[in-house]
Design a binder for this molecule. Sequence first.
Ligand code: PRP
Length: 202
Amino acid sequence: MITIALPKGRIAKESLELFSRIFGGDFVFEDRKLVLQKENFTFLLVRSQDVLTYVHHRAADIGVVGLDVIEESQHNVLKLLDLQIGKCKVVIGSEVGKSIDYQKPQIKIATKMPHITHKYFSKKAIPIEIIKLYGSIELAPLVGLSDGIVDIVETGNTMKQNNLKIDEVIMESSAYLIANQNSFYQKQEEILSLSERLGALV
Ligand code: PRP
C-alpha cells in the first residue's frame, strides 16, 4: 500500500491528468472528498505547501510538489523524478520604469517565499527587509509596501497587468515526485515502479 499526496491549486489539474493516464480515466476526487483509492494506492488531496509536511511526517509515502516549494521549506525529502509539469520561475520583480535602488540602506522585498528570498540576497550580500505576505504579492510595490517582490511567474500575466517587470530570475521550477526516505527504503520496489511508469509519460 502506497499513500500519495497530490497538490491542490495550480499543478492539480496536470498532476491528476498524469495519474489518470496510469490509473484509468475516472481519476477524480468526487464530491469534495479528499481521499481516493486506486489499486494499491491511496491518494490524498492537500494544499501544495502541505505536501511536504505529509511526506516529511510519513502520513504520505510519496507526493507531488513544486521545486520552489521544496526550496522554500527545509524538509528533507527524496526527489525522485522531474514531472515536467507546473513549470514556473521564481523572480525578482519591480515596477516598470522604476528599478530597485540597491544603494538604499535597506530594501524592502515583499514575498510569500522568505527563505528563498533571504538565501538569494544574503549570497549577494545585499541587506533587505522581508515583508511576508500570503498572496497578491504584486500589489506591494504599487502601494509602497515594498521596493520589489520575489514571486512566482508562470504566464507573466499578473506582473504585466500590474505594471511590473522581471529584474532577475532566481530559479526555474517544475513539479517533482518526492518520497519520504524511510518509505523509499521500505517500499522501494513499488515506489520505483510507479516512478518509472510516470517517467515514461513525461
Ligand atoms: C501566483 C503568483 C503570482 C501568479 C503568477 O499566485 O504568486 O501572483 O500566480 O502567475 P502568472 O505569471 O501566470 O500570472 P497564485 O495564483 O498562486 O495566488 P496567490 O496570489 O494567492 O498566491
